[in-house]
Design a protein around this ligand. Sequence first.
Ligand SMILES: NC(=O)c1ccc[n+]([C@@H]2O[C@H](COP(=O)([O-])OP(=O)(O)OC[C@H]3O[C@@H](n4cnc5c(N)ncnc54)[C@H](O)[C@@H]3O)[C@@H](O)[C@H]2O)c1
Length: 268
Amino acid sequence: MLSMAGKVAIVSGAGSVGPGWGNGKATATLLARQGASVFLLDINDDAVRETQSIIEKEGGTCATHRCDMTLAADVQEMVQACLDRFKRIDILVNNVGGSAPGDPVSMSEEVWDRQIDFNLKTAFLGCKYVLPVMVEQGKGAIVNIASVAGLRNDFMSGRSHVGYSASKAGIIQLSRSVAGTYAKKGIRVNTVVPGLMHTPLVEFRLARAVGGNDAAKLIEARNAAVPMGHMGDAWDVAHAVLFLASDEARFITATEIIVDGGSTATMP
Ligand SMILES: NC(=O)c1ccc[n+]([C@@H]2O[C@H](COP(=O)([O-])OP(=O)(O)OC[C@H]3O[C@@H](n4cnc5c(N)ncnc54)[C@H](O)[C@@H]3O)[C@@H](O)[C@H]2O)c1
C-alpha cells in the first residue's frame, strides 16, 4: 500500500526554515521511507543536508541539489541533474512558498512580484521542465502545495497577505489546468491545501512577523482557531502528498486535498 519502490521523486524546498519538520522535509522523508529515490532541492545547503542525513540514516536513497526554483535556468539544469543521477522522474512536489503581509495599498510592487514568483512561478517552472520528461515516460504525478489562504477571504484569517492568497489560489487553478491538458498523457496533477500547521515556520518566521515575538501565544491562538482544537503538522501534509503521488490515487487528478482540521468547511 502506497509503495514508492522504484520511483524517483523531486521535492522542492526539501529543507526547513528552522529545526524540526517543515512540509517539504517531512514529505521527502516519507517518500523515501516508502521506497522512493528522492532528489532534494533547496537554496539552503545546510537545511537540505539535514534532510539528506535523516533519510540516509534511515537507509533511504536521496541526493541533494542546490536549485533556486524562481530561476528558469536553475530548474532546467536541475531536471537534467536528476535524470543524470536517477534516470527518470515519477513524482514532482512543488513545495516552495511562504507569505508576506500586506494589502494592495500597503504592499510594495516589489513584494507583490516576489510573492508571485515565490509561490506561483516556482510551481510553473517545476511543471515546465518536468512535464516533458513525464510525457516521454508516459506517466507521472505532480503535487503542488497551496494553502487555505488561497481558498478563504483574508478577513477570516485576521490579517492580509494579498500576494500569498492570490498566488496560492493560482496554485490550485494551475494544478487543475495542467491536469486537464496532460490527463491523456498519463500525468496526474493535484494540490494539497494545508491549513494552520505547526511547522518551524511558526516559531522561526511568524512569531516575529505577526506574533509580537511571542511564539507560545501565537501557537495557542492558532490551535484555538482550528475546529479540532489544534494545528496539524508537516506529517499531515506529507501523508496527503504521498497518497496523491501514489498509484493508489491513479484515478485522481485536477483536484485538492484540504488538510486543515475542518477550518475551511466551518468558516462562517
Ligand atoms: N507551515 C505552514 O503552516 C503552512 C501552511 C500552509 C501552507 N504552507 C506551504 O507549505 C510550503 C512549505 O512551507 P514550510 O513552512 O514547511 O517551508 P519552510 O519555510 O520551512 O521552507 C522550506 C525550504 O524551502 C527553501 N526555499 C526557499 N526558497 C526557495 C527557492 N526559491 N528555491 C528552492 N528552495 C527554497 C528554504 O530554504 C527551506 O529550506 C509552502 O509552500 C507554504 O506556503 C505552509
